[in-house]
Design a binder for this molecule. Sequence first.
Ligand SMILES: O=c1[nH]cnc2c1ncn2[C@H]1C[C@H](O)[C@@H](CO)O1
Length: 397
Amino acid sequence: MHITVRLAAIRFGSPVLISSLCSSRLQGSRRLFTMAEHSSEKVVFNKPKVELHVHLDGAIRVQTILDVAKRRGMSLPANTVERMTEIIIVQKPATLTEFLGKFAEYMHVIAGDREAIKRIAYEFVEDKAKEGVIYVEVRYSPHFLANTKVDPIPWNQTEGDLSPDDVVHLVNTGLSEGERAFNIKARSILCCMRHMPSWSMDVVELCKKYRNEGVVAIDLAGDESLNCENYPGHRKAYEEAVNCGIHRTVHAGEVGPASVVKEAVEVLKAERIGHGYRTLEDQTLYKQLLAQKMHFEVCPISSKLTGACDPDFTKHPVITFRKDKANYSLNTDDPLIFNSTLHLDYSTAQKYMGFTEEEFKRLNISSAESCFLPADEKEELLNRLREAYGMMENTAF
Ligand SMILES: O=c1[nH]cnc2c1ncn2[C@H]1C[C@H](O)[C@@H](CO)O1
């Protein structure tokens, strides 16, 4: 089994992943979030929220992974929620590469299984509704959940009959059943992966095909050290997205330098930036993005545990974003792997960064304004927030 997982990691792209997987067995002795940290997860903003940056494959319930493994007769490194959680989660600030290696602990269980894929989408909506999210854009790579019409077949699966196209259809179905059951709105963003430029044209074609069934945008995720000049597949896919009116976000400036953000904006025509913390290292670029109200999808807990930002939250870039009245959202990114919830991101912002209720309202309004819904649905969302926040319609911050 461990050999299987390591092979999957090799396929993910980076040799560093392999060493992270080898060392992950040692992590049982590392600490989980302490009780003190979890008690700080009090609900500091108990009002409707918008979440724009969360990965479906990073937001799966551990119990579901165990259930599916059992049903499919697959082995996992542990068979209790507690032990499996310890193995999956990043407990101390690590590196983005180590963090990405965590997906290989469980993705082979979910990938290629119709019932599991629909179930994780449905349960995701339930979990977000419980956090008070009324609108969410959830992202994933259709290729990472497929086992046919994908080269290479990920996670060391044997070829089956579930294509990336089938995956998108199943996720759409799970999300829309969840929307009806839990009375929130859920849309999806399809990810290209930096190390797999050959998948990117498929991704944009899927965005086009399913644009009326819940897919609202394209994203580029994964290892930022791989730039687009060297990988024209992503650039071509984003050109097609621009030509077809598909919305665009790009992971950039998370661990990569400000030049990756510049490339995302200038070459890929990103309308939002995933993370974007290191934009601050290029003040000219930062001022330009502030002026054009570029949206930054900020993920506080994630940024500490991936090593993207200083672990001292009082030095977090979002404090500068707030001071400058930048356009940004607060998001979980991968709550499974960070053992977190959206409440923890909000309470962290309050406790260590001095965020107030007013700022939480302002950033949720900015998030709604920057979401990828069509204009009429966006206005409806904004009105729901304004009403819940006791704001006069069209009140400007
Ligand atoms: O924070 C992230 N940065 C870059 N890539 C990420 C991050 N979180 C998840 N991913 C990758 C791993 C997932 O399998 C993929 C699609 O959701 O996106």
